[in-house]
Design a protein around this ligand. Structure first.
Ligand code: HEM
Length: 503
């Protein structure tokens, strides 16, 4: 692992790092924070259940015989099918769609969502791999529906890659959270008494992703509509759960077996991908990770923002950032700075792994003339142990160019400001934008024009754009063409935009 590794960095970040950090304005982009309460709605709706069902319906059309389908985001193109009915699908889509970007596919976000959902609901830890690719056309139908026969379900799960016992267990794991809605299945769940409002029958009496659904099925106290509904055509859980004479359900009555089985089968579910897609190794928490790197412009210097993240916290640790100028030394005589603050960004998943994830933030002034070529860190635990150098195995974190820079503190969600070195005028300054809509990812290229209201300073002229893209935030690659050479800032994120000119 080297800094930076965009795909791994991002998936790892969604798993182990919160992004809300207590700021309500960030709640839309705080992935784990969206499921802060496992069960949240007034009817007992569970965002976690919605995310898990969403993932299952996406993968359930996999066909092991020809290698098509799997967790590939084709669900986005199949939501109008009866087999994918449900307001929960729309909720999950709205939740998840803020997170894909140039490196992170929608289907990777969906996969991580299963791990977060399980962790937030006291369920098992689900290992995550990355590298899924999003389908651009719908696949054939085939998600199991309640009115189908046991034979049809067994064949459907076989095509998905599951044995008859795994069909029982995975269905029990999925149906340990959430329930059945009257709006979606009016034949099974009547509207709330005296109204036409949505009604909800939960699969079991606990919010947790635990084996209560199994125990209540075995001791006949279950209210699971897919077990006890009067219309026996629709009681598919009943047919599935007892299809092996309750052998599997009895095994799942042991909480540890339930957890281990659900962890394994959830992982198999999200790692079922179309033939030809290769997933990464399991993404483990990264010991020390650099994040939020942004070279930008201050009043009379460049400013380097970055944070260094640890998996354990310490009251006495001090962290220093050091850099080389463009010539490879330190001509200005001062090329280091201390961290400004430390913040706790631990997710539930991370804390369940015993981690205390925290970030040290830096905003270091950099001489604009001598600039910067790379940076690294020194860590002093102040406990008598030697100072450690974190330098990416010698190469440091390389800053590849300073010709075109995003200026987040002058930018907002609706306007982007960038700075361009003004020793040579660029022939073009433009962005390749990647916006996240609810149903589609939009790529477009837009040009920026010289700013009429920000004066040049420290050797940079300013360019700006008032944008009309939708979405809470978007990402973009920023380019300038100077004397025929293109300089690029890779994947900037409007998450950085603070609109705080008095930084
Ligand atoms: C034969 C197999 C299955 C059938 C017929 C089936 C059917 C259903 C039905 C009818 C609902 C109610 C949905 C609604 O009211 O919107 C539901 C909910 C749910 N299903 Fe399944 N299911 C099956 C297997 C699975 C599997 C394998 C998983 C995941 C591992 C899963 C996960 C869920 C979850 C989490 C919910 C709750 C959703 C919510 O509360 O919003 N299901 N299922």
């Amino acid at each position: 692992y080297q800094w930076p590794s965009p795909l791994i960095d991002q998936v790892e970040g969604l798993l182990y790092e919160g992004r809300g950090e207590g700021d309500p304005n960030n709640s839309l982009i705080d992935f784990a924070g969206k499921l802060a309460q496992c069960q949240s709605g007034s009817l007992g709706e569970s965002g976690a259940a919605e995310w898990i069902r969403f993932a299952y319906h996406d993968m359930a059309t996999h066909n092991i015989e020809d290698g098509t389908g799997g967790l590939d985001n084709s669900l986005l193109l199949e939501l109008d099918r009866a087999e994918n009915v449900g307001v929960g699908m729309k909720h999950a889509l709205a939740d998840l769609s803020h997170f894909p970007n140039k490196y992170l596919s929608f289907s990777d976000v969906t996969a991580v969502g299963v791990a977060i959902a399980s962790a937030q609901c006291q369920g098992p830890i689900v290992p995550i791999r990355a590298g899924r690719r999003d389908a651009i056309v719908a696949g054939p139908p085939g998600v199991p529906e309640p009115q189908q026969t046991l034979a049809e379900h067994t064949e459907s799960f076989r095509l998905q890659g599951f044995t008859p016992e795994e069909m029982i267990a995975l269905t029990a794991c999925g149906h340990s959270v959430g329930g059945v809605r009257s709006n979606d299945f009016p034949a099974m769940v009547p509207p709330a008494p005296g109204t036409t409002a949505d009604n909800f029958i939960l699969f079991d009496t606990t919010t947790a992703l635990d084996n209560t659904v199994v125990l209540q099925y075995l001791n006949s106290t279950t209210k699971n509509a897919l077990v006890v509904d009067k219309n026996v055509t629709l009681i598919s859980d009943f047919r599935i759960f007892n299809s092996d004479g309750n052998v599997t359900m009895n095994q799942l009555a042991d909480p540890e077996t339930f957890d281990q089985t659900c962890s394994r089968l959830f992982a198999q579910m999200i790692n079922t991908v179309p033939a030809g897609v290769t997933l990464t190794d399991v993404i483990e928490p990264i010991l020390t990770k650099v994040d939020g790197v942004q070279l930008s412009i201050g009043y009379d210097t460049l400013l380097l923002s970055a944070s260094l993240r640890f998996l354990n916290s310490s009251d006495q640790r001090t962290v220093k950032i050091l850099w080389n100028d463009k010539a490879g030394g330190c001509a200005s005589g001062s090329c280091f700075n201390w961290s400004q603050n430390q913040r706790d960004v631990t997710t539930t998943l991370a804390s369940r792994l015993g981690l205390s994830v925290n970030k040290y933030d830096f905003v270091a002034p950099i001489n604009a003339t001598t600039s910067i070529s790379k940076f690294w860190f020194e860590i002093n635990e102040n406990d008598g142990s030697p100072v450690t150098v974190l330098d990416n195995e010698g190469s440091g974190y390389v800053i590849t160019q300073d010709r075109v820079l995003y200026v987040p503190h002058s930018s907002t969600a609706t306007s982007t400001v960038v700075a361009v070195r003004n020793d040579v005028a660029p022939s073009r300054v433009f962005m390749d934008v990647y916006t996240r809509g609810r149903s589609a990812i939009v790529n477009q290229t837009v040009d920026l024009a010289p700013s009429t209201d920000i004066e040049s300073r420290v050797g940079y002229a300013f360019y700006s754009l008032t944008q009309s893209f939708t979405g809470v935030e978007f990402t973009f690659d920023l380019h300038s063409i100077v004397n025929g050479t293109t300089y690029t800032e890779d994947m900037r994120d409007t998450y950085f935009a603070t609109n705080s000119p008095d930084f």
